[in-house]
Ligand binder design. Structure first.
Ligand code: MRU
Length: 344
């Protein structure tokens, strides 16, 4: 086994009475932890990407939901449920694309409905326990994804990845980055090409930070370099994460994923998507119906406090794109490798 430092990065922690998050907006310059004690702060943390990555958003929302319902004064179930629904909808409104957020809220609401004859206090306590279960299950799923991925990663490989899909984006280990971490741990000779991931630089700021910590060899590249590297034979496979997989096998992920999948098809390179079951949305038929988050144009026209474009210009800033199933070689899930035709 490789002496890889364990990826024990914990971006979210339940601390008895509140949630502690590693605020990802400060990375890599500073490691800042922030204590979140109410649902409003959690909404803001999700909206502004202090906590980000589909599975991490689901976990954070689950704890945020508990923080919200914990304060409710209602003592009768029907009026309590009205407020529960309001808090759930409020959290879901923070970011629309990752299914993990509504998935977590739905699971907690189902728990509440299944125990409606319990006291309100018992229900609140149970919601916290289920939020903690969601957190623990995510860690286990991410580990399994990393282990299953090994049948797809050769003993020597150049792997290209996009955005950040590591311990920061999940409960632990990550999704695509768990595959990479476990390959390195198994002493495979791997090297990673890290797309910087414009505009918010999750690759440069976060994936490079995580790979550095784990001592996994990598080079940071700009988002436009991938196809040229493929043409030169310098990419053996691409692995990305996902925010939502639809019934037909389409999926949404960070803007720029689709262009990688197209380039992989052209060059005959496998394009793999690492997806825990919490990111699969079988209620939507195709990727055309996935809501794509549009973010503030300032994210493109500025870097930090510096303007990099003229003031007041029109900007279009979709945070995600959709890759159709026919460009996806296989999904890496906690249950194993899934190839088309999919039956999610
Ligand atoms: O906008 P972000 O940083 O939340 O986007 C994250 C991604 O696109 C990830 O690839 C995806 O959530 C999978 S994370 C395991």
């Amino acid at each position: 086994m490789n002496e890889t430092p364990d990826t024990a990065i914990s971006s979210i922690e339940w601390c008895d009475t509140h949630v502690r998050i590693l605020d990802q907006t400060f990375l890599p310059a500073r490691t800042v932890y922030s204590d979140i004690r109410d649902v409003g702060r959690m909404w803001e943390a999700i909206k502004s990407l202090r906590v980000r990555g589909a599975p991490a958003i689901g976990i954070a929302a689950a704890y945020g939901f508990y923080l919200g319902i914990r304060e409710l004064p209602e003592t009768k179930f029907p009026s309590f449920m009205v407020e529960v629904n309001r808090i759930g909808d409020y959290l879901i409104s923070a970011r629309p694309t990752a299914i993990n957020l509504p998935w977590a809220i739905e699971r907690l609401k189902n728990t509440i409905n299944a125990h409606k004859t319990d006291s309100i206090q018992e229900i609140k306590d149970r919601v916290l326990r289920v939020a903690q279960t969601i957190h623990e299950e995510d860690k286990r799923m991410c580990r399994q994804i990393g282990l299953h991925a090994q049948e797809l990663i050769p003993a020597k490989a150049n792997i290209l990845t996009h955005c950040n899909t590591g311990g920061l984006a999940t409960g632990q280990y990550g999704t695509a980055l768990s595959a990479i971490y476990h390959a390195h741990k198994a002493e495979k000779n791997i090297h990673v090409w890290v797309n910087e991931t414009r505009p918010l630089l999750q690759g440069a700021r976060l994936t490079a930070w995580e790979l550095n910590k784990m001592e996994i060899p990598f080079h940071l590249i700009t988002d436009s370099m991938g196809p040229a590297l493929m043409r030169q034979g310098k990419v053996d496979l691409v692995i990305v994460g996902t925010d939502r997989v639809t019934a037909n096998g389409d999926m949404a992920n960070k803007i720029g994923s689709y262009m990688l999948a197209v380039a992989c098809k052209h060059h005959g390179i496998p394009f793999y998507v690492a997806a825990p079951s919490s990111s699969i949305d079988p209620t939507i038929d195709t990727g055309a119906d996935i809501p794509i988050e549009e973010r503030d144009g300032k994210e493109i026209t500025t870097i930090g406090q510096t303007d990099i474009a003229p003031a007041k210009i029109p900007v279009y800033n979709p945070a995600f794109d959709v890759t159709p199933a026919e460009l996806i070689t296989a999904y890496i899930t906690e249950k194993g490798i899934l190839r088309p035709p999919y039956s999610f």
